[in-house]
Design a protein around this ligand. Structure first.
Ligand code: ADP
Ligand code: MG
Length: 486
């Protein structure tokens, strides 16, 4: 149990997250209309999505498979029989007057997710359930000064609602949970995780208590659409609730909104109860029955997930835990690293991918998919370091040139004459010249001022335009300085 003294004092926060993840599928959950983002309002709406009388929903197998695959990725129980219910409420962007969701019998039951905490520790967080439901439409308030319009493009798009146990204790853990969940979804390919486009949204349930006490009364802050907002809204709620209780007040169970501009949460409505929705099984849909063999096939085809990938990178490549965590953040990053590292010095490869390549990509606002330096090209550069054609120092300049021009390392080294000089007879004259030009320092060095050695190395490297082999320079310098004394 983590209590940050000074921040929450004797209070412990309890946090559970409900995440809505838009399912990656071309068509909606119960209709064939497109789910593409950013289309003209009401251009992707079937009669089912607009709730025309007498229309019948037909379940989309792709969406069901995505929910099952996600459940498997969360090590969760897959329920071979699940039921779709109607969740009844009125809202202008909900033409049917109900949302088709799952209530008592969701498609996925208990699972877990492993948090990777900044201190290198990991912690298990329980997943309560994952269920499938349809999204509602969207009210557009900013198109006209006096009227609100409704866009039904989103109506009927499949969502997975993923509910966590109240196992989280700090805003940082909540953020780590969101990052890990998004990573798993993206690895599986069941949700693009794009929070700006609303593909992933979070409702944060927060309460506070004295450690060991029963759970306190919670509030639910709705529709947080960035991980930063999740963290900030929870932080705010924790402090608000502590202050309220310490002043002798009590937390009211309610739904709140995050006010991005002011950085506060505000009450939205008092908390609704399940009976307010009068859930009942949708008579238009049969219970969903899954074939165990189909589920097994989905399990067998699941890609390697982040935790397994990290373990394998640590084991097979001998890189550090920090490097492994950075590399697995995106599947494409890990793939790129492996393509570079295979058959090479993996630690060196990790340093180049994380340090130079990611740094350059960041600076230029590019992603790895449009990297001007391919994995093969970066591998080629590392080969030139390994076989001593160029020094590590020169390699950085070569890399910059590769990134700017897309040329490969060997071509740049050739064209610019950057080959490392490993011939002593080419380095010795440079050393002689440097020593001759600095005879005062040579005398001081020989008089015991050892620190000057670095100065000589630097001068020789500079005179050789960085091309002299540093190990050889060291060796030759030592001999020269020790030798013809006087
Ligand atoms: P509802 O669907 O009405 O929001 P649930 O019981 O399904 O209610 O809980 C939703 C979320 O609230 C879950 O993530 C759960 O972990 C979390 N939760 C439940 N009780 C508390 C509490 N006292 N403090 C913080 N989170 C809680
Ligand atoms: Mg809820």
């Amino acid at each position: 149990m983590t209590v940050f003294e000074g921040e929450t004092g004797p209070w412990e926060a309890v946090i559970g997250l409900e995440v809505h993840a838009q399912v990656t599928s071309r068509a909606k959950l119960f209709s064939g209309a497109s789910t593409a983002f950013g289309a003209e309002p009401n251009s992707q709406v079937s009669f089912i999505d607009a709730a025309f009388p007498g229309m019948l929903p037909v379940i989309n197998e792709v969406c069901v498979a995505q929910a099952v695959r996600t459940g498997l990725g969360l090590n969760a129980e897959i329920n071979l029989v699940s039921v779709f219910d109607r969740k009844n409420y009125f809202y202008p962007d909900l033409p049917a007057g109900y949302q088709i969701s799952q209530y008592q019998q969701p498609i996925v039951g208990r699972g877990e997710l492993v948090l990777d905490l900044p201190d290198g520790e990991s912690r298990r967080v329980g997943i309560t359930r994952l269920h499938l439901e349809m999204d509602a439409g969207k009210s557009l308030h900013d198109q006209d000064p006096n009227r609100t319009f409704v866009d039904l493009n989103r109506s009927g798009v499949a969502l997975m609602e993923i509910v966590s146990e109240p196992d989280l204790r700090t805003p940082e853990e909540a953020a780590a949970y969101m990052r890990k969940l998004r990573m798993i979804l993206r690895y599986i390919g069941s949700c693009d995780g794009n929070m700006e486009e609303g593909s992933l949204r979070c409702d944060a349930n927060v309460s506070v208590r004295r450690p060991g006490d029963p759970l306190g009364t919670r509030t639910e802050t709705k529709n947080l659409n960035s991980i930063r907002f999740v963290q900030q809204a929870i932080e705010y709620e924790i402090q608000r609730q502590i202050a309220l209780i310490e002043e002798g007040g009590a937390v009211v169970q309610e739904t709140r909104l995050w006010d991005t501009g002011r950085g506060i949460t505000r009450p939205m409505r008092s908390k609704e109860e399940a009976h307010d929705y009068r859930y009942f099984p949708d008579p238009d849909l049969l219970p969903l029955e899954l074939d165990p063999a189909w589920v097994e096939a989905l399990q067998a085809e699941l890609p390697e997930l982040p935790d397994d990938k990290k373990a394998r990178l640590l084991r097979d490549y001998g890189i550090g835990a920090y490097e492994a965590s950075v590399l697995i953040a995106e599947r494409s990053h890990a793939d790129f690293f492996e393509a570079v590292a295979r058959g090479r010095d993996a630690r060196l490869a990790a340093n180049w991918v994380i340090g130079e390549l990611f740094g350059a990509l960041n600076k230029s606002g590019k992603t790895i998919a449009d990297s001007p330096v391919s994995a093969a090209a970066l591998g080629g550069l590392i080969d030139l370091i390994a076989d001593q054609t160029i020094s590590g120092r020169i390699a950085k300049d070569v890399f910059e040139e590769m990134f700017a021009t897309g040329q490969d390392a060997a071509a740049i080294v050739e064209a610019k004459g950057l080959k490392q000089v490993t011939d002593p007879s080419a380095i010795e004259p440079i050393i002689d010249a440097v020593l001759a030009a600095n005879d005062d320092k040579v005398a001081q060095y020989r008089g015991g001022k050892d620190k000057l050695f670095g100065f000589f190395v630097g001068q020789v490297m500079k005179q050789s335009q960085g091309k002299a082999n540093p190990a050889l320079v060291n060796e030759l310098l030592k001999t020269k300085l020790a030798g013809d004394a006087g």
